[in-house]
Design a protein around this ligand. Structure first.
Ligand SMILES: [Zn+2]
Length: 118
């Protein structure tokens, strides 16, 4: 039995988060805090997710520069195709199927563009 330093009631050890806690779990509880914890539960990225994220930024850079390269021959379309392909693993791992479709569409669309205009 210990006494909480907020409510001043004697409580069992199980009512405290750990051995050195002076405040009981009930006094520590805040609705806003627990709601935010529920939304952002702590998770670490796996190696696969890390690689996919790096590739995603790489591909995004390619897609970002592509519109400015389009007037200069095929290079803009080629960077679009590369960017579209390289971005797919990140959105695939994250199961963002709409973005997988967008990236596939960019890749296929600019491959067709290259076939007929290249
Ligand atoms: Zn208390």
């Amino acid at each position: 039995m210990r006494t909480c330093n907020i409510c001043g009631r004697p409580k069992k050890d199980s009512k405290f988060k750990h051995i050195n806690k002076k405040t009981c779990k009930r006094c520590e509880f805040r609705w806003k805090r627990s709601f935010l914890r529920l939304l952002v539960h702590d998770r670490r990225l796996s190696a696969k997710e890390r690689i996919a994220n790096r590739l995603g930024y790489f591909g995004t850079a390619f897609i970002m520069i592509s519109p400015y390269l389009l007037p200069y021959g095929n290079i803009g379309a080629i960077t679009y195709v590369i960017g579209g392909i390289v971005c797919i693993p990140q959105v695939w791992v994250a199961k963002q199927w709409n973005l997988v479709l967008v990236n596939l569409n960019v890749t296929i669309g600019y491959l067709i563009y290259l076939l007929y205009n290249g």
